[in-house]
Design a binder for this molecule. Structure first.
Ligand code: PLP
Length: 340
């Protein structure tokens, strides 16, 4: 194998095996590893025609002590369970999900990047409805696949910062729709907005689809902000919205922020409130924390600037989370499954 770990980006690099398990008539088969990366699927499968599919994303890290750590795997398993329920699919049992991830890790261990490279082994679990049916309705049979790939940073600038632009013209997800689940349709629906933002040199800041007043998400990541209060303590702010994905990274950062003595608030955040915020970022498994240098609001002709370098509070949170993921500090919450 000849991989330059330092050159990896957030793109697919083929590994030796994927892991598969099918569900027929409500009964799951045991997951198995295969070198064949093609999954045969009926041309009339409801997953292909009606978008009945959901997915996940989680990482394994090679720690400072040489051990492998999988971060909060059960939380991803539970989230996929909810996504499947949301699309009336047969959910993957949490135990089966975890068994498949562990098998994918074991079979592709040579693809786990070494400690110190900044690269990780990413797992992309996918659940797709395979029932052949042209009538519009949910299929019950499905295929569960875990696709592993070694990856580098999600945003090319990594922890260095990036600009974002407020989008009020193309909605990603409806307030009472599928935005809270990790389903492919949300991403397809977001492409026009994110590609338009990229073409202008920005990441896309989605606003709520009902009023376009409040911040929803930043590209395929949650939005977080740090606000200094009048008593000089810090507040960790993140949007409350039914249209955004409940990020496991955000949940972890909220816990760490509380432990650092910050007030943590999840509420509607108006775009104009960015004027009172000192630090802002996108967060997620892929990017961890990606600070925003500025947010441009093209409709109001205002630019909110946060400085060219990551701020001190986000930097502290970033290191606190990565220290746990790489085994450099005690994992008090038991977030990592350590595999020897
Ligand atoms: C739309 C969206 N929001 C937020 C996130 C961040 O979630 P997590 O921290 O669980 O990766 C992701 C990535 O999974 C995402 O695709």
């Amino acid at each position: 194998m000849n991989i330059d770990w330092s050159k990896l980006t957030f793109h697919y690099t083929e590994t030796d095996y994927i892991v598969r398990a099918a569900c027929k008539n409500g009964v799951w088969e045991r997951p198995y590893a295969t070198r064949d990366k093609m999954i045969p699927i009926h041309a009339a499968a409801t997953g292909l025609h009606y978008g009945q599919e959901c997915f996940e994303g989680l990482k394994a890290f090679r720690g400072v002590d040489g051990k492998v750590r999988i971060f909060r795997m059960k939380e991803n398993a539970k989230r996929m369970y909810h996504s499947a329920e949301g699309l009336l699919m047969t959910p993957v049992p949490v135990e089966l999900f975890c068994e498949a991830i562990l098998l994918a890790l074991e079979k592709n261990i040579d693809f786990l990047p070494p400690y110190g490279t900044g690269a990780t082994l990413y797992f992309r679990p996918l659940l797709v409805a395979t029932t052949p049916d042209i009538s519009v309705g949910p299929g019950k049979d499905c295929e569960f696949v875990v696709v592993p790939t070694p990856i580098g940073p999600y945003f090319p600038n990594g922890f260095k910062g990036m600009p974002a632009i407020v989008n009020r013209t193309i909605d990603r997800a409806a307030p009472q729709g599928t935005g809270c689940w990790k389903v492919g349709g949300n991403y397809a629906a977001s492409f026009r907005a994110s590609e338009a933002a990229h073409a202008m040199g920005y990441e896309c800041m989605f606003t709520d689809a009902k009023t376009h007043k409040y911040i929803d998400e930043c590209t395929a990541s949650n939005f977080i902000a740090i606000k200094q209060r009048s008593d000089l303590t810090f507040e960790y702010l993140t949007p409350r919205s039914t249209a955004i994905l409940p990020s496991i990274t955000n949940d972890s950062l909220m816990t760490l922020a509380r432990e650092m003595g910050m007030k943590v608030t999840r509420r509607h955040i108006r775009v104009e409130e960015l004027a009172d915020i000192q630090e802002a970022a996108a967060c997620g498994t892929a990017c961890v924390i990606s600070p925003l240098t500025k947010v441009v609001d093209p409709d109001k002709n205002i630019t909110y600037s946060f400085g060219d370098k990551p701020g001190p509070v986000l930097t502290k949170l970033y290191h606190a989370l990565q220290d746990i993921q790489y085994g450099r500090t005690e994992d008090k919450h038991g977030w990592c499954l350590v595999v020897e």
